[in-house]
Design a protein around this ligand. Sequence first.
Ligand code: NAD
Length: 273
Amino acid sequence: MNIAQPACELTTCRPLEGQLAVVTGSTSGIGLGIATALAGAGANVVLNGFGSREEIAATIASLGELDVEVEHDAADLLNTGGAAALVEGAIERHGRIDILVNNAGIQHVSPIESFPVERWNAIQALNLGAAFHTVRAAMPAMKAAGFGRIINVASAHGMVASPFKSAYVAAKHGVLGLTKTVALEVARDGITCNAICPGYVWTPLVEQQIADTARARGLTHQQVIEDVLLAAQPSKRFATVEEIGALALFLAGPMASSINGAAIPVDGGWTAQ
Ligand code: NAD
């Protein structure tokens, strides 16, 4: 290999050309950042998540300019069977699923004694349970193809805890357990399963959390940003959805075949402490 001219799949070519990616929760935030990165590398994308008809149409049009097929499946992953149906429908329409990104997630911030049971159940069902159902549904097609890339968007909260986030921290720790288990099961099938663990990324989910944390801790909006969120993040800045998208693209690509069962922080040093 000529090191003066890096392999084309690392530079100018579209390494994911013709592949199919299903990205849960990709109408907003990190999921949209990941879908954009994958589409930019040539993958056709099935978007999923909520939003207005106009916003979703605009997202489809803008990703379509990357010369890939883009569609939206509105499956509510909290509904019984919704997560499996999202994957099964994609496989039925496209005859393949190369990349599965489990990203959809919700948060609720509250002391445990007043944590609403319904919120606990929803967070386990979406942040952890939906990933189980999509992986389960994708596995036969990935095994038959001898190829697959599963990327679970966990969190720094999959590695460490913060107070008032019992459901989220428990679910994200669970996502890392699921990631490692699946990685071991598929290690000889040409499939990898890895987790990305973002620190704080500026998205609608975090904006909402600032309001909730301010209420739970009796702080101002600015105090929550400086003294709670970025206090944990040594870089003192929010990560970007483009940074998360770039890592997802690498994990989906041909040079990541030996990365399996990993939990990779993108957290400005938070979990190094
Ligand atoms: P976001 O609120 O911007 O996006 C969440 C996405 O999930 C949206 O597309 C939404 O429509 C979709 N969604 C919500 N409920 C759904 C359901 N029932 N069925 C299908 N789709 C549903 O949030 P985000 O910040 O981009 O978070 C994305 C993921 O990244 C989550 O798993 C979150 O836990 C994780 N994460 C976020 C941060 C952060 O700082 N933003 C940090 C670490 C991990």
